[in-house]
Design a protein around this ligand. Structure first.
Ligand SMILES: O=c1nc[nH]c2c1ncn2[C@H]1C[C@H](O)[C@@H](COP(=O)(O)OP(=O)(O)OP(=O)(O)O)O1
Ligand SMILES: [Mg+2]
Length: 198
């Protein structure tokens, strides 16, 4: 029997990554894209952790089931950690990846190569009936390029260069990205917890 795990996300890029990462373990992933009657949770927190917990607990309460949520984003050193928690809405409420990348590239125009360091952060929260909500974190170091490269992935992937691989996140296969990404690292930590619960 296929086990089901619910991820409280409406982001197609994340949904695809979770489907890919859970498949080898025999889990079928469902997201809020498959459950359109669940309303979007307003992200009122000021940290990734607060927002991940908010999304996981709200949807877990509505469904009466175990739910995982992902809150993630990009922290750029030259921008004092921005866009950070506001990564999805950086260039406006319509949450456009293209507009967000354009805004970042413009803001970094006068910043030289050695100062273009950045990292992705991911907090996963797992919540459900009769359990205490738990969180795990993962991060991934990189540099912001001056132009986009690659067409895989989502979000800020085309401008996020991973020095150890000599490629942007958008030039990696799904397997390669999962091995080094903030999301992949966080999910590794959640691993044992999930097999006990789901
Ligand atoms: O691996 C990644 N590669 C590139 N960009 C990424 C990644 N991971 C997060 N990001 C960016 C996308 C978005 O601008 C923000 C997440 O915002 P975040 O609120 O967590 O997600 P979201 O609103 O798109 O979907 P939802 O809240 O329904 O899960 O960080
Ligand atoms: Mg969001």
């Amino acid at each position: 029997m296929t086990k089901r795990v619910i991820i409280a996300t409406k982001n197609r890029g994340k949904a695809k990554e979770f489907q890919h990462m859970f498949a080898p373990y025999g889990y079928e992933v469902q997201t809020l894209l498959d459950l359109p009657h669940i309303e979007d949770v307003e992200e009122t927190g000021v940290t990734f952790e607060e927002n991940a917990i908010l999304k996981a607990e709200t949807v877990a309460r509505e469904l009466g089931e175990l739910v995982i949520a992902d809150d993630s984003g990009l922290a750029i050193d030259a921008l004092e950690g921005r866009p950070g928690v506001y990564s999805a809405r950086y260039a406006g409420e319509e949450k456009s990846d293209e507009a967000n990348m354009t805004k970042v590239l413009e803001e970094l125009e006068s910043v030289e190569e050695s100062d273009r360091t950045a990292r992705f952060h991911c907090v996963l929260a797992i919540a459900g009936p009769d359990m205490e909500t738990k969180t795990v974190t993962g991060s991934c170091e990189g540099m912001i390029l001056r132009e986009k490269r690659g067409t895989n992935g989502f979000g800020y992937d085309p401008i996020f260069f991973v020095p150890s691989l000599g490629k942007t996140m958008a030039e990696l296969t799904q397997d390669e990205k999962s091995q080094i990404s903030h999301r992949g690292h966080a999910l590794e930590k959640l691993g044992n917890m999930i097999s006990d619960l789901v």
